[in-house]
Design a protein around this ligand. Structure first.
Ligand SMILES: [Zn+2]
Length: 280
Protein backbone atom coordinates (compact mmCIF):
# COMPACT_ATOMS: atom_id res chain seq x y z
CA UNK A 1 0.00 0.00 0.00
CA UNK A 2 1.36 3.38 -0.98
CA UNK A 3 -0.04 6.85 -0.34
CA UNK A 4 0.88 9.86 -2.42
CA UNK A 5 -0.53 13.16 -1.14
CA UNK A 6 -1.98 15.30 -3.92
CA UNK A 7 -3.53 18.12 -1.88
CA UNK A 8 -3.08 18.71 1.83
CA UNK A 9 -4.89 21.52 3.59
CA UNK A 10 -5.57 21.90 7.28
CA UNK A 11 -8.93 20.19 7.21
CA UNK A 12 -8.97 18.60 3.75
CA UNK A 13 -6.80 16.04 2.00
CA UNK A 14 -6.73 14.31 -1.36
CA UNK A 15 -4.34 11.45 -2.01
CA UNK A 16 -3.63 8.58 -4.36
CA UNK A 17 -3.80 5.18 -2.70
CA UNK A 18 -1.96 2.62 -4.81
CA UNK A 19 -0.85 -1.04 -4.63
CA UNK A 20 -4.12 -1.58 -2.79
CA UNK A 21 -7.50 -3.25 -3.23
CA UNK A 22 -11.16 -2.17 -2.95
CA UNK A 23 -11.37 -4.03 0.39
CA UNK A 24 -8.46 -2.10 1.93
CA UNK A 25 -9.66 1.24 0.53
CA UNK A 26 -13.10 0.64 2.03
CA UNK A 27 -11.61 -0.46 5.36
CA UNK A 28 -9.64 2.79 5.48
CA UNK A 29 -12.80 4.78 4.68
CA UNK A 30 -14.74 3.08 7.45
CA UNK A 31 -11.95 3.54 10.02
CA UNK A 32 -11.73 7.24 9.11
CA UNK A 33 -15.45 7.67 9.67
CA UNK A 34 -16.10 5.51 12.70
CA UNK A 35 -12.91 4.62 14.56
CA UNK A 36 -10.73 7.76 14.75
CA UNK A 37 -11.47 9.27 18.17
CA UNK A 38 -12.11 12.93 18.96
CA UNK A 39 -13.36 15.05 21.85
CA UNK A 40 -17.02 16.08 21.95
CA UNK A 41 -19.32 17.46 24.61
CA UNK A 42 -21.15 14.56 26.22
CA UNK A 43 -22.46 15.98 29.48
CA UNK A 44 -24.24 19.31 29.94
CA UNK A 45 -25.49 20.65 33.26
CA UNK A 46 -28.03 23.47 33.12
CA UNK A 47 -28.34 25.99 35.92
CA UNK A 48 -31.97 26.16 37.05
CA UNK A 49 -33.63 29.14 38.75
CA UNK A 50 -32.92 32.87 38.42
CA UNK A 51 -29.55 34.21 37.21
CA UNK A 52 -28.32 37.64 38.42
CA UNK A 53 -25.96 39.95 36.53
CA UNK A 54 -23.38 42.29 38.12
CA UNK A 55 -25.93 45.09 38.54
CA UNK A 56 -28.39 42.81 40.34
CA UNK A 57 -30.76 42.44 37.37
CA UNK A 58 -32.59 39.14 37.43
CA UNK A 59 -32.87 36.81 34.44
CA UNK A 60 -34.85 33.64 34.02
CA UNK A 61 -32.77 30.58 33.11
CA UNK A 62 -34.78 29.69 30.05
CA UNK A 63 -34.30 29.75 26.30
CA UNK A 64 -36.65 29.27 23.35
CA UNK A 65 -35.22 25.78 22.78
CA UNK A 66 -35.61 22.72 24.98
CA UNK A 67 -32.50 22.02 27.08
CA UNK A 68 -32.09 18.69 25.25
CA UNK A 69 -31.81 20.50 21.93
CA UNK A 70 -29.28 23.00 23.31
CA UNK A 71 -27.27 20.07 24.73
CA UNK A 72 -27.46 18.24 21.39
CA UNK A 73 -26.22 21.33 19.54
CA UNK A 74 -23.34 21.77 21.99
CA UNK A 75 -22.44 18.11 21.43
CA UNK A 76 -21.98 18.72 17.72
CA UNK A 77 -19.53 21.62 18.17
CA UNK A 78 -16.04 20.49 17.02
CA UNK A 79 -13.76 20.43 20.06
CA UNK A 80 -9.98 20.77 19.53
CA UNK A 81 -8.47 17.36 20.21
CA UNK A 82 -4.96 16.32 21.15
CA UNK A 83 -4.77 12.55 20.64
CA UNK A 84 -1.38 12.38 22.39
CA UNK A 85 -2.84 13.91 25.53
CA UNK A 86 -6.31 12.44 26.00
CA UNK A 87 -7.38 8.92 26.88
CA UNK A 88 -10.85 7.42 26.87
CA UNK A 89 -12.64 8.31 30.08
CA UNK A 90 -13.56 4.70 30.87
CA UNK A 91 -9.89 3.66 30.54
CA UNK A 92 -8.44 6.66 32.42
CA UNK A 93 -6.47 6.36 35.65
CA UNK A 94 -9.14 8.54 37.32
CA UNK A 95 -11.52 5.61 37.00
CA UNK A 96 -13.99 7.55 34.85
CA UNK A 97 -14.58 10.37 37.33
CA UNK A 98 -13.16 12.94 34.94
CA UNK A 99 -9.71 14.55 35.07
CA UNK A 100 -7.52 16.72 32.77
CA UNK A 101 -6.30 13.55 30.97
CA UNK A 102 -9.78 12.55 29.83
CA UNK A 103 -12.09 15.57 30.15
CA UNK A 104 -12.28 19.21 29.03
CA UNK A 105 -14.69 21.36 31.04
CA UNK A 106 -16.47 24.34 29.49
CA UNK A 107 -18.75 27.00 30.83
CA UNK A 108 -21.31 28.98 28.88
CA UNK A 109 -22.84 32.07 30.46
CA UNK A 110 -24.97 34.44 28.36
CA UNK A 111 -27.77 36.86 29.08
CA UNK A 112 -30.40 37.94 26.56
CA UNK A 113 -31.30 39.46 24.30
CA UNK A 114 -28.44 37.97 22.31
CA UNK A 115 -27.30 35.15 20.03
CA UNK A 116 -25.38 32.35 21.70
CA UNK A 117 -22.55 30.96 19.55
CA UNK A 118 -20.10 28.07 19.91
CA UNK A 119 -17.38 30.68 20.60
CA UNK A 120 -19.17 31.55 23.87
CA UNK A 121 -18.01 28.21 25.30
CA UNK A 122 -15.18 29.08 27.71
CA UNK A 123 -12.71 26.32 28.53
CA UNK A 124 -12.07 26.04 32.26
CA UNK A 125 -8.31 25.80 32.32
CA UNK A 126 -6.19 25.44 29.21
CA UNK A 127 -7.07 28.21 26.69
CA UNK A 128 -5.84 26.13 23.72
CA UNK A 129 -9.07 24.14 23.95
CA UNK A 130 -11.07 27.19 22.89
CA UNK A 131 -13.44 26.19 20.12
CA UNK A 132 -11.97 27.16 16.73
CA UNK A 133 -15.28 27.55 14.85
CA UNK A 134 -16.65 30.41 16.89
CA UNK A 135 -19.74 31.26 14.87
CA UNK A 136 -21.84 28.09 15.06
CA UNK A 137 -25.27 29.31 16.29
CA UNK A 138 -26.58 27.54 19.40
CA UNK A 139 -29.67 29.51 20.45
CA UNK A 140 -31.15 33.03 20.37
CA UNK A 141 -32.05 34.40 23.81
CA UNK A 142 -34.88 36.89 24.26
CA UNK A 143 -35.02 39.77 26.77
CA UNK A 144 -34.88 38.54 30.38
CA UNK A 145 -33.67 35.09 29.28
CA UNK A 146 -30.29 33.68 30.26
CA UNK A 147 -28.31 30.49 29.97
CA UNK A 148 -25.66 29.17 32.35
CA UNK A 149 -24.28 25.72 31.67
CA UNK A 150 -21.28 23.60 32.51
CA UNK A 151 -20.36 21.09 29.84
CA UNK A 152 -17.74 18.38 29.74
CA UNK A 153 -16.15 16.97 26.60
CA UNK A 154 -14.67 13.53 26.37
CA UNK A 155 -13.14 11.19 23.80
CA UNK A 156 -15.42 9.02 21.68
CA UNK A 157 -15.73 7.39 18.26
CA UNK A 158 -18.00 7.99 15.29
CA UNK A 159 -19.49 4.51 15.63
CA UNK A 160 -21.01 5.56 18.97
CA UNK A 161 -22.47 8.91 17.89
CA UNK A 162 -22.11 11.26 14.91
CA UNK A 163 -20.78 14.02 17.21
CA UNK A 164 -17.59 11.94 17.55
CA UNK A 165 -17.17 11.58 13.79
CA UNK A 166 -13.98 13.35 12.74
CA UNK A 167 -14.29 13.14 8.96
CA UNK A 168 -16.97 13.92 6.44
CA UNK A 169 -17.19 13.53 2.68
CA UNK A 170 -14.99 10.47 3.10
CA UNK A 171 -14.82 8.69 -0.23
CA UNK A 172 -12.75 7.35 -3.06
CA UNK A 173 -12.99 6.33 -6.66
CA UNK A 174 -10.98 4.00 -8.85
CA UNK A 175 -8.25 5.88 -10.68
CA UNK A 176 -9.95 6.40 -14.05
CA UNK A 177 -8.46 5.64 -17.44
CA UNK A 178 -10.09 7.18 -20.53
CA UNK A 179 -8.69 6.16 -23.91
CA UNK A 180 -9.73 7.10 -27.42
CA UNK A 181 -9.05 4.65 -30.24
CA UNK A 182 -8.15 7.04 -33.08
CA UNK A 183 -8.52 4.27 -35.69
CA UNK A 184 -12.25 4.28 -34.91
CA UNK A 185 -12.91 7.87 -33.73
CA UNK A 186 -14.88 9.92 -36.27
CA UNK A 187 -13.87 13.14 -34.50
CA UNK A 188 -17.53 14.20 -34.17
CA UNK A 189 -16.93 15.64 -30.71
CA UNK A 190 -20.33 14.49 -29.37
CA UNK A 191 -18.57 13.26 -26.22
CA UNK A 192 -17.37 16.78 -25.33
CA UNK A 193 -20.70 18.35 -24.19
CA UNK A 194 -22.10 15.19 -22.52
CA UNK A 195 -19.17 14.79 -20.11
CA UNK A 196 -20.14 16.47 -16.81
CA UNK A 197 -16.49 16.71 -15.76
CA UNK A 198 -15.09 18.24 -18.97
CA UNK A 199 -12.67 15.39 -19.60
CA UNK A 200 -12.62 15.98 -23.37
CA UNK A 201 -11.72 19.00 -25.44
CA UNK A 202 -11.06 19.69 -29.07
CA UNK A 203 -7.34 20.37 -29.42
CA UNK A 204 -6.10 21.45 -32.87
CA UNK A 205 -9.24 19.98 -34.43
CA UNK A 206 -8.93 16.61 -32.71
CA UNK A 207 -10.98 15.30 -29.78
CA UNK A 208 -8.54 14.71 -26.93
CA UNK A 209 -8.62 13.56 -23.31
CA UNK A 210 -7.45 16.61 -21.36
CA UNK A 211 -8.43 15.81 -17.77
CA UNK A 212 -8.44 12.04 -17.28
CA UNK A 213 -8.38 12.15 -13.47
CA UNK A 214 -11.62 14.14 -13.21
CA UNK A 215 -13.57 11.31 -14.88
CA UNK A 216 -16.26 9.88 -12.60
CA UNK A 217 -16.88 6.87 -14.88
CA UNK A 218 -20.49 7.82 -15.61
CA UNK A 219 -19.90 6.36 -19.11
CA UNK A 220 -22.00 9.11 -20.75
CA UNK A 221 -19.26 9.50 -23.38
CA UNK A 222 -19.16 5.76 -24.15
CA UNK A 223 -22.93 5.54 -24.66
CA UNK A 224 -23.47 3.94 -28.12
CA UNK A 225 -25.88 6.79 -28.96
CA UNK A 226 -23.09 9.32 -28.33
CA UNK A 227 -19.95 7.47 -29.41
CA UNK A 228 -21.39 5.60 -32.36
CA UNK A 229 -17.98 4.28 -33.42
CA UNK A 230 -17.26 2.80 -29.94
CA UNK A 231 -13.89 4.54 -29.92
CA UNK A 232 -13.92 5.56 -26.25
CA UNK A 233 -12.87 3.08 -23.58
CA UNK A 234 -13.37 4.03 -19.93
CA UNK A 235 -11.85 1.87 -17.21
CA UNK A 236 -11.20 2.06 -13.49
CA UNK A 237 -8.02 0.70 -11.95
CA UNK A 238 -9.03 -1.44 -8.96
CA UNK A 239 -5.58 -1.20 -7.39
CA UNK A 240 -5.32 2.61 -7.40
CA UNK A 241 -7.79 4.99 -5.75
CA UNK A 242 -8.26 8.72 -5.58
CA UNK A 243 -9.19 9.23 -1.94
CA UNK A 244 -10.60 12.38 -0.36
CA UNK A 245 -11.96 13.53 3.00
CA UNK A 246 -12.48 16.57 5.18
CA UNK A 247 -12.35 16.89 8.95
CA UNK A 248 -14.60 18.99 11.17
CA UNK A 249 -11.53 20.81 12.55
CA UNK A 250 -11.24 18.86 15.81
CA UNK A 251 -8.25 17.12 14.22
CA UNK A 252 -6.33 18.31 11.18
CA UNK A 253 -6.52 16.11 8.08
CA UNK A 254 -2.95 14.83 8.42
CA UNK A 255 -3.41 13.75 12.06
CA UNK A 256 -6.72 12.05 11.22
CA UNK A 257 -5.13 10.13 8.32
CA UNK A 258 -2.14 8.98 10.39
CA UNK A 259 -4.44 7.96 13.27
CA UNK A 260 -6.68 5.99 10.88
CA UNK A 261 -3.71 4.15 9.35
CA UNK A 262 -2.39 3.23 12.80
CA UNK A 263 -5.81 1.96 13.89
CA UNK A 264 -6.19 -0.05 10.67
CA UNK A 265 -2.75 -1.60 11.14
CA UNK A 266 -3.57 -2.54 14.75
CA UNK A 267 -6.87 -4.09 13.59
CA UNK A 268 -5.13 -6.17 10.91
CA UNK A 269 -2.56 -7.34 13.49
CA UNK A 270 -5.34 -8.30 15.88
CA UNK A 271 -7.16 -10.18 13.10
CA UNK A 272 -3.96 -11.99 12.14
CA UNK A 273 -3.44 -13.10 15.75
CA UNK A 274 -7.02 -14.34 15.98
CA UNK A 275 -6.66 -16.36 12.78
CA UNK A 276 -3.38 -17.90 13.87
CA UNK A 277 -4.93 -18.77 17.25
CA UNK A 278 -7.64 -20.68 15.37
CA UNK A 279 -5.05 -22.57 13.33
CA UNK A 280 -3.27 -23.70 16.48
ZN1 LIG B 1 -9.50 10.86 33.81
Amino acid sequence: MEIKIQEMMETRVKFLLSQSSPEVANALRRVLMSEVPKMAIDNVEFHLGPIMDEEGKEYESVSPLFDEIVAHRLGLVPIPTDLQLFVERSKCTCGGEGCPSCTIMYSLNKKGPCEVYSGDLEPLGDARFRVKDELIPIVRLGPGQAILVYASAELGKGKEHAKWQVTSGTGYKYLPSVKIDYHRCDNGGRCIPVCPKHVFERVEGKVKVVDEESCIMCLACADPEICKTKAIKVDGDSTRFVFEFETDGSLDAKTALIAALNILEAKFEEFKDMVSALEN
